[in-house]
Design a protein around this ligand. Structure first.
Ligand code: FDA
Length: 278
């Protein structure tokens, strides 16, 4: 069982917990992006098992009638085992989603995985046009060119600052440079891409920029944040905008919880306060 201190950030261990969380979010006007925790598999077996778990999740979402999408990590679907394994498992999940008119996001991992992830995303836009999306990271120097190349595809883009510690030859390292690149990418995406743009950020300045850019350029914009982070702001924004919450679940919750605490020590305090009811 997940201890109360971690349950601020993780829906639970079971698929049913994720679906329950989606239902509760829908009641607040927020969509759910459900992510089965798992990554960096070096063997095929867990990658195939997680692809099967995503198929079962799609069925559960359909049965429950909740407004929910999936998000999977490339290394969870077997990218480390082989690009072909990743593509096979991605196709399996995306075909299942297409049959249920559901949507699949691909998370983006470190820069060594970018080419393979974008290749598979591109292939999946042909399998389920309009039903897939991929994350693009503002800290990578290559991203404006990637967006330029991919802008016409029938898929959605989730723009984020980038969570991986990357070397300077491929990435911007200063906070200011990343923020500048992020604003530019938001403008570029809304100007050039009709398929839908999401901003995955908790940063009020970036959210304001995205809302202003949408006013200026038009376009289909959604706001995405993580479970347990700025929950009140998510509810407030959902009154006027399309808001989605990224909801992790599953038995591999411990490292995810540590990551949330490591990136922001206050997260532990918030979580403890929630447990203590103060
Ligand atoms: P950042 O950490 O730069 O903080 C800026 C400001 O935001 C802060 O000053 C504060 O005002 C506010 N803020 C941030 N965290 C807060 C908190 N915990 N509580 C209150 N205020 C807070 N990365 C990746 O590489 N690949 C991926 O696939 C994804 N996917 C993804 C999906 C979604 C839905 C989200 C929200 C994020 C990701 N990310 C990601 C992570 C992303 O790259 C980035 O590391 C984090 O979102 C942190 O950056 P921010 O833009 O949120 O703000």
């Amino acid at each position: 069982m997940i201890p109360p201190v971690a349950s601020r950030f993780v829906a639970g261990e079971a698929r049913a917990d994720a679906v329950d969380r989606a239902r509760a979010l829908n009641d607040r006007g927020i969509g759910a992006i459900l992510n089965l925790l798992g990554e960096h598999y070096d063997d095929r077996e867990p990658a195939d098992a997680d692809a099967a778990a995503y198929e079962a999740l799609l069925e559960a979402i359909d049965e429950a009638g909740v407004r929910a999408r999936l998000s999977a990590k490339p290394s969870q679907l077997g990218l480390r085992v082989g690009e072909d394994v990743f593509e096979t498992n991605a196709r399996r999940v995306v075909e299942a989603a297409a049959g249920r008119d559901a949507f699949v996001w691909f998370d983006m991992e470190d820069h060594r995985t970018t080419d393979a992830t974008l290749d598979v995303f591109e292939a999946m836009t042909q399998v389920h046009p309009g039903g897939v999306g991929v994350c693009l990271q503002a800290n990578l120097r290559r991203t404006a060119d990637d967006l330029d190349r991919l802008a016409g595809l029938p898929g959605r883009f989730r723009l984020v600052k980038g969570a991986y510690d990357e070397p300077t030859d491929v990435a911007y390292r200063s906070r200011k440079r990343v923020n500048d690149a992020y604003r530019d990418l938001i403008d570029q995406a809304l100007r050039t891409h009709d398929g839908g743009v999401a901003v995955g950020t908790h940063d009020p300045a970036m959210i304001d920029h995205a809302l202003e850019a949408r006013e200026a350029h038009g376009g289909d914009l959604e706001l995405q944040m993580l479970m347990g982070v700025r929950e009140d702001a998510q509810t407030e924004l959902a009154a006027d905008h399309d808001v989605w919450q990224y909801v992790p679940y599953g038995s591999r919750w411990l490292s995810y919880f540590y990551r949330r605490v490591a990136e922001r020590k206050e997260n532990l305090l918030f979580a403890l306060r929630a447990v203590l009811g103060r």
